[in-house]
Design a binder for this molecule. Structure first.
Ligand SMILES: [Ca+2]
Length: 112
């Protein structure tokens, strides 16, 4: 598996780690969502002062207002977070791609 494939699978696995706990195994209730946010985003959450952040984010993410976050709704929440990560990293081109002779691409032969 490539890193990107693994990353996609990991997102699904982390969602399921929390979604299976209460009621519908494939959606996040508020308590499941709140736990996911606190356990999975501790560094980003540390910068947010609003004590009602989880509740507000849950409500804005729950687009169909069924009090559950589906996987699709969860992915829609991740998109701006990934974009913000991209802005923060702010590397137009990865350094290894600018000088391929000095930094050959890894072949990833160790996995599978
Ligand atoms: Ca929903």
């Amino acid at each position: 598996m490539t890193d990107l494939e693994k990353s996609c699978e990991m997102i699904v696995n982390i969602f399921h780690q929390y979604s299976v706990r209460v009621d519908d195994f494939d959606t996040l209730s508020f308590s499941e969502f709140n736990r996911l946010v606190k356990e999975q985003f501790p560094n980003w959450l540390g910068k947010i002062k609003d004590p009602d952040f989880s509740r507000k984010t849950f409500e804005s993410t729950d687009k169909n207002k069924d009090k559950q976050i589906s996987f699709r709704e969860f992915v829609n929440l991740l998109v701006p977070l990934i974009e913000a990560t991209h802005e923060t990293e702010n590397l137009p081109i990865h350094p290894s791609l600018t000088s391929p002779d000095e930094a050959p691409l890894q072949t990833n032969q160790n996995s599978e």
